[in-house]
Design a protein around this ligand. Structure first.
Ligand code: NAI
Length: 469
């Protein structure tokens, strides 16, 4: 017989959306439960996404520098080698440290963690089936934060061995000789970079004519040029048609815009063509909920589904599938439940691809602003003219600031630079407060720093950049 546990609020899923919502709920005095089907907390981001990929990017960036840049600094690193098992062990330690950290946070905030698959049994009721049995939770407020899973291509199904998703591509036991990546978005470029730095031949097949298509065209073009120099081979405007196995080898088949067919030999194929909401086994129908044509749960601006008392946040609802977007929604959702004015400013959610250099943006691209009928003006500053960049071999890249031509209000900022992920934060702050290009340009930035390029690009909007010829 299952036990009934009463709570004020229950969160399904312990990713950045779910666990942050649980903490905020506890802070606001709700008796809170967090239900997680996996053994560790943290969801995709901590276990198989953002965090392990960043650990691998950091290790391989150092390896790449040791092999390619160190000699120029007088650093002699002959007989360089890499031990993939140690590299992976460090990544695993990073992951467990952070997953353990979330568990500690739950304890400190007195959030009850229930391990098991949570299933809606109707409004106000959740059944949790875990290793230690079943329990029934009753709570007037249920937040669905169950995240997303990789999209599978019907003609290229995952087999976990040769055709894989990012989950396996962060855990290869050895360096593949030939890796074919399908999709030149965030996952394709980050994990393509990781394995290329370790010596794999990496071919990236992208359906669109550009890489990193959500960024400004100038950024995408420069990224393509720089990543090509790092050894990535791009096949753009090319669609994958299938995979052929011949004499134990795999050949990815694709067709380009000219109608030419390509066959790319691969030890591993990483399919990174997006993610889709994960709501399987959740009992949505039982609770009276439906998903839209993209599998997402429709919600209003207070994250309420059509069933009173059931809310949804993060990757299962509309919007970019980003950890920080889910976190903000978790906080806002709980604050709305508590009668506060929870709100997410969707116009200023930064987007980053953690390659070298990093690609980061916030707000509108120039093209998107024009599509919205806005008259724009822009300013650009190249890192080749930044002192710190020259001193630190970081001259590849630029900052582009896009502002409203009439009001000077910031509309968007694009960065391609080493450390671009950190640099974008100041642009986000200015935009959050409705700042202008002049505000950003007149803000004092420490010298010498790479972020001076942000100030200069903002000054360039009005034709006032100081260090440009
Ligand atoms: P994505 O949406 O970023 O990129 C997918 C790419 O695949 C696009 O360029 C698309 O044009 C291409 N594509 C789609 N179908 C294709 C096909 N049949 N053949 C060839 N190309 C095709 O998706 P990705 O990289 O899989 O990432 C999934 C989600 O996770 C995204 O929402 C992403 O933002 C998020 N993510 C974010 C990261 C970050 O913030 N750094 C890191 C990793 C993932």
């Amino acid at each position: 017989m299952s036990e009934t546990l009463p709570f004020d609020l229950v969160v399904l899923g312990s990713g950045p959306g779910g666990y942050v919502a649980a903490i905020r709920a506890a802070q606001l005095g709700f008796k809170t439960a967090l239900v997680e089907k996996d053994k560790t907390l943290g969801g995709t981001c901590l276990n198989v996404g953002c965090i392990p990929s960043k650990a691998l990017l950091h290790s391989t960036e150092m390896f790449h520098f040791a092999g390619h840049g160190a000699a120029d600094h007088g650093i002699d690193l002959t007989n360089l080698s890499i031990d993939v098992s140690k590299l992976m062990a460090r990544k695993d330690r990073t992951v467990s440290q952070l997953c353990g950290g979330v568990a500690q946070l739950m304890k400190a905030n007195k959030v009850t963690v229930l391990q098991g698959l949570g299933m809606l049994e109707g409004p106000g009721k959740v059944r949790v089936s875990g290793e230690s049995g079943e329990s029934l939770i009753e709570a007037p407020h249920i937040i669905i934060a169950t995240g997303s899973v990789p999209v599978e291509l019907p003609f290229l199904p995952f087999d976990g061995e040769s055709v894989v998703s990012s989950t396996q591509a962060i855990a290869f036991k050895e360096i593949p000789e030939r890796l074919v990546v399908v999709g030149a978005g965030a996952i394709g470029l980050e994990l393509g970079s990781v394995w290329a730095r370790l010596g794999a031949q990496v071919d990236v097949v992208e359906f669109l004519p550009i890489i990193a298509p959500t960024f400004d065209k100038d950024v995408s073009k420069m990224a393509e040029r720089l990543f090509k120099k790092q050894g990535l081979h791009f096949h753009l405007g090319t669609k994958v048609t299938g995979i052929k196995k011949d004499a134990g080898k795999h050949f990815l088949q694709a067709e380009n815009k000219k109608g030419e067919t390509l066959e790319l030999e691969a030890d591993k194929v990483l399919v990174a063509v997006g993610r889709k909401p994960f709501t399987e086994g959740l009992g949505l129908e039982k609770a009276g909920l439906e998903t839209d044509d993209k599998g997402r749960i429709p919600v209003n601006q207070h994250f309420q589904t059509k069933v009173p008392g059931i809310y949804a946040i993060g990757d299962v609802i509309e919007g970019p599938m980003l950890a920080h977007k889910a976190e903000e929604e978790g906080v806002a959702c709980v604050e709305c439940i508590a009668g506060q004015a929870g709100h997410v400013n969707y116009g200023v959610i930064p987007n980053v691809i953690y390659t070298e250099p990093e690609i980061a943006s916030v707000g509108l691209t120039e093209a998107a602003a024009k599509e919205q009928g806005l008259a724009t003006k822009s300013g650009k500053f190249n890192f080749a003219a930044n002192g710190r960049a020259i001193a630190s071999d970081a001259t590849d890249g630029f900052v582009k600031v896009i502002a409203d031509a009439k009001t000077d209000r910031l509309l968007g900022v694009q960065v391609i630079a080493r450390g671009g992920s950190e640099m974008i934060a100041s642009a986000v702050s200015h935009m959050e407060y409705g700042g202008s290009a002049e505000d950003l340009g007149r803000t004092v930035h420490a010298h010498p720093t790479l972020s001076e390029a942000m100030k200069e690009a903002a000054l360039a909007v009005g034709g006032n950049a100081i260090h440009s010829v």
